[in-house]
Design a protein around this ligand. Sequence first.
Ligand code: PMP
Length: 355
Amino acid sequence: MAAWENNVRKVVPYTPGEQPKESGIIKLNTNENPYPPSPAVKAAYDAFDNAEMRLYPAPDASELVDAIAETYGVNSSQVFVGVGSDDVISMAFMTFFGSEKPVLFPDITYSFYDVWAEVYGIPYVQVPLKKGFRIDPGDYVRPNGGIIFPNPNAPTGVLESTDMIETVIAENPDSVVIIDEAYIDFAGKGKSVLPLLSKYENLLVVQTFSKSRSMAGMRIGFAIGSEKLIKYMNDVKFSVNSYTMNRVTIKCGAAAVRDTEYFESTVAKIVKTRENAKKELAARGFTFPDSQSNFIFASPTKLPAGKVFEELKKRKIYVRYWDKPVIRDHLRITIGTDDEMNALFKALDEIFKEA
Ligand code: PMP
């Protein structure tokens, strides 16, 4: 090792799901939306004058921030936007988790949380989930430097109640509690903890345009919280990179969030396909916790999950598999179109027949 390498910040990076270069893949491995974004996004994109590209974008991305604030009925000063919710959560770790006490999150959860904690040198404890992949609020009543978990959780798809989450927040007035609602739109209306913002200054709710709004490729995430929390986040953001959101993204994002009707109809289609997929997977011997997201965390009982993953891949169907303790007997299957799901069921029948 060269001497300069002693000064290198060494990290084990997060591994994203595979983005195949090949065409003709049925891609059920990264929880993308199988439908295109709203037609209003295409119109905004087409209307974009590329002469504008020479100019820096608005550092506060106000057009997008205002559209989100209007849609969610909050003040613009309560909204923070970033390059996907990964950027937003990363900024939140940097901003809020400066304590020497450990940040708490579940042992089975979004596998980026421990990576951010490592890269920023934040102490953390991974709290084991209870039976059925459930979160016990009692586990979060202990000294900590912050709390984060997704609701619904990933990769399990399990939704926790607003009451349970309120208990966690109420028990932790000395920490910032971040609820990562990447998949909340698939859980039905009224399941977000956004209404709790009126009671708790230390709650940050994070959402994304990558799933329910079909815009993973544009990279838009946002956080809503008290004015105080958002001010602290912006101070850190403006100390790292003033221009995170580019001009095209700001325009397209604002158009997307304003089209509530399209958004609701797309989500409804995915939820319908998901409910049917639960029946089809159960009929093929899979077991899974009840999912309220756009994926199902399913364990095949007829063959090892790793084998099913490989066999599906050979048939150009990609799902997600982690060869890790506790979850190595599960596959995370994103909900695609009805046609894609039917292709999956057909492939599974073939694989199980051959076994
Ligand atoms: N949180 C959770 C729980 C996720 O599964 C994902 C998607 N990988 C993200 C955040 C980040 O999504 P994005 O950066 O595309 O908004």
